[in-house]
Design a protein around this ligand. Structure first.
Ligand SMILES: Cc1ncc(COP(=O)(O)O)c(C=O)c1O
Length: 362
């Protein structure tokens, strides 16, 4: 690693009270005392440092605000049962951020510096990680274009920063299945676009479909492909998997329209290598899913993503009708994957693929 990270002192006045009620933490509302930050100019990253958490100063003409040249990541740190602080497969998030950067014409971040920044920041902020099982520290690396310039071209200056904050258990009252609605009006991404990136613009593009689904009485939106409007892609902030008879089917990544989820990859490895379950990554027509729900072939459906790990889907809305998945409860595979992934993350189960990276103690 070429650059050393400066750690600035944290004055008493910059220390915030930590939330005391871990049951009321929610998601994305609290941020810790420190942040990592560095700036890019003249073709290189400069001044990597951990400083007190503070507002950014940006020109109102900063290009990220006008042309959405902005990417981010989402990952978590955990206190394990035996008193370690760990990250889950951080190298995958780092690689994905650099792929997002490439597609949006933004600079690469040295993976070693990125990992070191994550480790140092999380180690310093470890008292912000809730100890209750299911709670964690959410980590949000972000890169924004900062040239004060109106005109569409890649920026020449950027800020990269990492903020972290405590988040609550997604299922404080147990595993609750959700309902999803197929959007026929809106699409999230198209072939040749930026659907495979964690680009802020993708999330802005998803809002109308999300509100449409909520208004129709569903929890989340299920996206179809943007070309044929036929194949199932992903849900909100999760990849989607369907259990049809004894096979798990999920959308392939080669279309470049869905996010290659870290959780998706972990689920597929567990299914293939540990559970020995048949997996197909192939275009899955929505008609096959709905037909499966009607005939009983569709045994389970679930989403995978960092926020909730595994989310059971109980109902799918399509063309004004609601279709029950399996018996409407949490399926056997869905529950097993949730238990195993959470078990690995909290250090309660063996980690056969060495996914867990220790941050503390050093
Ligand atoms: C659009 C989208 N799809 C899928 C995922 C799941 O990815 P991961 O498992 O890496 O969290 C996310 C969440 O990050 C997402 O935002």
């Amino acid at each position: 690693m070429s650059m050393k990270i400066e750690v600035q002192p944290l004055p008493e006045s910059a220390r915030k009270p930590k939330p005391t009620d871990e049951k009321a933490l929610g998601f994305g509302k609290h941020f810790s005392d420190r942040m990592f930050i560095m700036e890019y100019e003249s073709g290189q990253w400069r001044n990597p440092r951990i400083q007190p958490y503070a507002p950014l100063t940006l020109s109102p003409a900063a290009m990220c605000l006008h042309y959405a040249q902005e990417i981010f990541e989402g990952m978590k740190a955990y206190w394990t049962a035996d008193g370690r602080v760990t990250l889950f497969r951080p190298q995958m998030n780092i690689a994905r951020m650099n792929r997002s950067a490439e597609l949006l014409q933004m600079p690469q971040v040295d993976p070693d510096l990125f990992l070191e920044a994550l480790q140092q920041l999380v180690r310093l902020e470890r008292d912000w990680i809730p100890r209750t099982e299911g709670c964690s520290l959410y980590i949000r690396p972000t890169m924004i274009a900062t040239d004060p310039f109106l005109g569409v071209r890649p920026s020449e200056t950027y800020i990269f920063y990492i903020i972290v904050g405590p988040v609550g258990a997604y299922y404080p009252r147990g595993f609750v299945p959700v309902s999803i609605m197929v959007s026929e009006k809106y699409v999230r991404a198209v072939r040749g676009g930026i659907g495979s990136c964690k680009a802020a613009a993708n999330y802005a593009a998803s809002l109308a479909g999300q509100v449409e689904a909520k208004k129709a009485g569903f929890d989340q939106v299920l996206w179809l492909d943007g070309v044929h409007r036929k194949y199932v892609e992903e849900v909100g902030t999760m990849n989607m998997l369907f259990v049809l008879d004894d096979t798990v089917v999920t959308a392939p990544l080669d279309g470049g329209t869905i996010l290659p989820g870290v959780t998706r990859d972990s689920v597929l490895k567990l299914l293939r290598d540990v559970y020995k379950v048949k997996v197909e990554e192939r275009p899955l027509p929505i008609d096959e899913v709905i037909d499966g729900a009607k005939t009983g072939r569709l045994k389970e459906a679930f989403g995978s993503g960092t926020a909730a790990i595994i989310t059971a889907v109980s109902e799918i809305g399509y063309r004004g009708q609601r279709h029950k998945v399996g018996d409407g409860g949490v399926g056997r595979l869905t529950q097993r994957l949730y238990d195993d992934l959470v078990g690995i993350q909290y250090g309660k189960k063996p980690d056969p693929f060495e996914w867990v990276v220790r941050v503390y103690p050093e």
